[in-house]
Design a protein around this ligand. Structure first.
Ligand code: ADP
Length: 135
């Protein structure tokens, strides 16, 4: 059982983040906490100069709303949205919050030939805690 679980969430119709959230709830100790995290990929600096600041802020607000919707009935799960590189940032957040478990999907559906997607592979390799990979 775990006290402090991180669930990285990606917005893609085909991804089953609900399963990751349910697994986290099942292995959570009483009184423990679950954090759902989405990492907004950083816009490269050469492109950022062409994008309006307000558009970037609006996109972030939309992502926060989408994550809140995804969490739906999971009232006990807190949400976090940060900007960065998905693999690296998931690891940094896990370290900062002292996570004792990360629950992550192995890859997008339909890529069965690959054992792990690039983000999942980085997380498994470098995580400071246990990782539950959903196949
Ligand atoms: P693929 O390369 O097949 O898309 P990934 O390794 O990127 O596989 O995705 C596997 C899992 O990693 C996702 O289901 C999600 O849990 C996590 N993940 C990937 N990108 C992000 C992101 N930007 N924010 C949060 N979690 C992410």
């Amino acid at each position: 059982m775990y006290k402090n679980i991180l669930v990285p969430i990606i917005f893609d119709e085909s991804r089953n983040s609900e399963e990751a959230l349910k697994i986290a709830e099942r292995v959570l100790e009483e009184g423990g906490k679950i954090t759902a995290l989405h990492v907004i990929e950083e816009v490269p600096s050469y492109a950022a100069t062409y994008i309006d600041e307000s558009r970037i802020r609006q996109a972030r607000t939309e992502v926060e709303a989408a994550l809140a919707t995804k969490l739906g009935d999971h009232k006990n799960i807190s949400s976090r949205v940060v900007t960065g590189h998905p693999g690296r940032t998931i690891l940094e957040v896990a370290e900062d919050m002292g996570a004792d478990l990360i629950v992550i999907a192995s890859h997008r559906p339909g890529l069965q030939d690959y054992f792990l997607g690039s983000t999942a592979a980085r997380v498994v390799r470098h995580a400071p805690c246990g990782v539950h990979v959903i196949r």
